[in-house]
Write a protein that binds this ligand. Structure first.
Ligand SMILES: [Zn+2]
Length: 181
């Protein structure tokens, strides 16, 4: 039995008592959490989310990548054109964490090897490394605030989750995007 088989078994048990059919497509909290895909760092648990509470985006490190920016732009566009949604205050919560696997990219040797293997620009690999999650999350919040295409109304904030204590600490308080010139 593969781990995937186990997941399908778990789904069958989940579906037997399924009761979420009436949840709305828009989350109750008008919030998107961006976090690392690390199995210890699931926003559903960290923020005690119920089904339908918030959107969650995850990638390696919880980083603001071109794909994340594109998705936020698409979501903002769809929300702006959906009746009744313009009154909502959308928020984006970015969470980096201690003991992140992306810290292994801090080594110049690893950076060079990875850049060569994947055909990536060395600078891109360097910026993927997380040595201090407070610094990287602050940098990513700033990137969101400056990025064209992300809806101006977004309140963006940055936090660090400590995998040793379970505590989330604020690094950048919720604030609006800078107006893009
Ligand atoms: Zn991580």
């Amino acid at each position: 039995m593969t781990d995937t088989d186990q997941l399908i078994d778990r789904n069958r048990r989940f579906a037997k008592t399924f009761a979420w059919q009436d949840l709305a497509i828009m989350p109750k909290l008008a919030t998107i959490v961006l976090a690392c895909l690390d199995a210890r760092v699931d926003p559903t648990h960290i923020f005690d989310l119920d089904p339908g509470d918030a959107g969650v985006m995850r990638n390696a490190g919880g980083r603001v990548t071109p794909d994340v920016l594109r998705d936020l732009g698409v979501l903002g566009f769809l929300a702006a054109n959906a009746p009744g949604l313009t009154k909502m205050q959308p928020e984006l919560v970015i969470v980096h964490h201690t003991d992140c696997g992306m810290s292994r990219l801090a080594s110049p040797e690893v950076q060079h090897a990875l850049a060569e293997r994947l055909g990536l620009d060395l600078h891109v690999v360097e910026t993927m490394a997380i040595t201090d999650p407070a610094l990287s999350v602050a940098s990513d919040v700033e990137m969101i605030r400056q990025a064209p295409g992300v809806p101006n109304g977004f309140l963006v904030s940055g936090y660090v989750y400590d995998v040793a204590s379970g505590v989330v600490t604020e690094v950048v308080a919720p604030g609006s995007r800078e107006a893009v010139a």
